[in-house]
Design a binder for this molecule. Sequence first.
Ligand SMILES: C[S@@+](CC[C@H](N)C(=O)[O-])C[C@H]1O[C@@H](n2cnc3c(N)ncnc32)[C@H](O)[C@@H]1O
Length: 367
Amino acid sequence: MKVSFSELDLKQLTKISQWITNGKWVEELIDICQGISLSVPNQEFPLIYAGVLLARNNQVDNAIKVLRLCQSSVFGKTLAEYLSETHSFSKRVKTFKEAKPYDAWMQTEIYQSIRAGVLEMVKHFAKQNPPHSLDEPTIIDIGPGNGILTVEIVKQLQQVYPLRGLHLILIEPSEEMMALAIQHCQASIPMPVQITPLCNCTLQSLTSKDQKIIQEHQPIWFINASLSLHHIPRELKVPNMEILNSISTSLLMTEIDENLEELEDGSPELIHTVNEIYSNAIQEVLNINSASVLDKKSCIDSFFLADAITVLKNIQELRVEHWISNSQWQDVAKYAGFKVVKTTPIVSSIPFFTLELKNQPTSDGLN
Ligand SMILES: C[S@@+](CC[C@H](N)C(=O)[O-])C[C@H]1O[C@@H](n2cnc3c(N)ncnc32)[C@H](O)[C@@H]1O
């Protein structure tokens, strides 16, 4: 979904950013947007760009007027609604603090494709890499969320090996998510399962005590990280992947194949990418038949819009999305001493991929 604006497009869009600093009447800005709509690749983009810049500049009423003119951008329309309800371009809740909003996302078609991709990767990995014992091998799940996918991963492993038990280490910063994950794993995994929760901690804030607990359970069969590693800020990605490499010989990860990190704060490219991805994500949630209108709204507001706002305002301490592309992840993994075993794209309205990584033994044979 990479977009490159021509010099001419950028020159046209500058008329909008100049109006934001000097302009007076929003009708004038709307005329500018409509005047340049035919000369940029996405006709509605000038309205989205203007609406987001206005919201960033605390001109919320004007942002609503402009964004309400969007006909096709689901993101633009939803943001207009959110701003008119809250009168503030800020997020209302901490992402993932509450577990419920995630449920609607898990019912989307796109999530079903992600789920199928994860389970296929786990099956492929397990067939090639048997556990050291069938009694109680240990696996780590980073950011298990509500644990529904964790349970499915374990069931997939059971289809490959007659496991007699399992030890699960869960690393999850959200207390509510962790409680649900533990409950769900205990209730739904059809074999004895021992769970070691490392609560209230992100991967990047694991304490030495947590690391010691992990070391006591060596060998770790593999680490799974589905849709969680993009929450780690860019500069911390390599050191954290190095930690993972020292913990287990294999890492199975699933991520979005998008790059936000190199896009300049407030730039047309960043706003365009956010508009495209979140329009698709919100549309997927609106398409679900089995969720109530309220549940869909809660998912869209406290999950997608909250994320998008932290990216668009670039508030580093609140920002939770630090997407990089598949090829950038592969570079990070190689720096951290992994080799790429397999990567598979997940075909859906937003690009995702799975990536199977293996510890790269050093030339002296030590890991
Ligand atoms: C998008 S959800 C993914 C949940 C589940 N793995 C799945 O694929 O459906 C991301 C999860 O990662 C957790 N998380 C966020 N930042 C994290 C971090 N830095 N380290 C570990 N987990 C994190 C969130 O609390 C949330 O439960």
